[in-house]
Design a protein around this ligand. Structure first.
Ligand SMILES: [Zn+2]
Ligand SMILES: [Zn+2]
Length: 137
């Protein structure tokens, strides 16, 4: 049986699903997210690892040390290189951070906060959401 939320990379080789309605849903303007996404910000949300089911594909994990000093594994499709989720983030055991754009229905999940707003570029207007200069504490 399919879970509530389904997601895949751009080519469809990597597929995963989960049931959890996420509560931590962030637009992150940090430099790492800029570099990794190629855009001004990344939108992602937290899903418990034990609800996260990989259906197909073998995501390629790239271990990376963020500006914060925390290690993490950035997972992308080995075929199309789309970035799909992050796991093994230091300080967040048992949590997978899913990239919003990987969802089959991204309109189902809306951001709850903006973070690292000190890195937001001048042409981006704040949304009507809680704003955090750095990480939310
Ligand atoms: Zn792919
Ligand atoms: Zn970030």
């Amino acid at each position: 049986m399919t879970k509530k939320y389904t997601a895949k990379c751009a080519c469809g080789a990597v597929k995963f699903e989960f049931d959890t309605d996420p509560t931590f849903i962030a637009i992150c303007h940090c430099l790492d997210c800029k570099k990794a996404s190629g855009g001004e910000a990344a939108t992602f949300f937290a899903v418990p690892e034990d609800d996260f089911t990989l259906i197909s594909g073998k995501p390629k994990a790239f271990h990376y040390i963020a500006n914060s000093g925390n290690g993490l594994d950035r997972n992308s499709c080995p075929e199309c290189a789309a970035r799909v989720f992050t796991d093994n983030l230091d300080g967040f055991p048992g949590t997978v951070f899913v990239q919003l754009g990987s969802l089959d229905r991204p309109e189902l999940i809306t951001p709850k906060l903006e973070m690292f707003t000190r890195r937001r570029l001048g042409w981006v207007k704040p949304l009507d959401l809680p704003q955090f200069e750095n990480m939310p504490s």
